[in-house]
Design a protein around this ligand. Sequence first.
Ligand code: DC
Length: 216
Amino acid sequence: MKTYNIAIDGPSGAGKSTISRTVAEKLGFLYVDTGAMYRVIGLHYLETGSPSLDGLTISLKYVNGEQRVLMNDRDVSEEIRQHSVSRAASDRSKEQQVRDFLLEQQRHMAKKHNVIMDGRDIGTVVLPGADLKIFLTADPEERARRRYDELLLRGEKTFDYETILHDITERDRQDQDRSIAPLKPAQDAIILNTTGNTFEQSVLQIEKLIRKHTGI
Ligand code: DC
């Protein structure tokens, strides 16, 4: 059976995950947050100190209508959002063994379900035949402000705005410059810059594009 695959790529803090999750709920698609999968690998590394992926299982499960991220059956949905894990995820995402490990699982999900999958290399590497590819971005200052507000909400008060901006710029550079699956728009991606948009405007814009490209 044909499944619809939507790829949403872009730098961190562009609003990919919240927008993708909301649109997926509206359309009844499965939302796959591939960044969360890399974050589990980052957390696993921070905890074990070993790069080995043997025995590591990552799963996305719905609990009371909410998607949770499990590392070997342990719910790590909150832990993986910690600032230290972002860096570890970005570091480990440069490794071919890590990318191969996740690629297989991501393609499997896209084959079985209608998905909105967000990440950095979904349109270029994971789902090159996606029905629609969107590259979602926003100016670094706006992305840093969003991330800062998000961390504050979560009670992580130890970082100031300038540090976040610096980290975002640094992480962009690291994600763009790596030799394997770097962050870049696919040739056939639609580029959307959400700077100055409200969340609702971005959701509506993407929902419309998906309806147009899939006929649903
Ligand atoms: O989207 P995020 O900030 O949760 O992603 C965490 C890190 O994982 C990010 O710095 C780069 C990496 N990543 C990747 O290399 N490829 C993806 N498809 C998704 C994330």
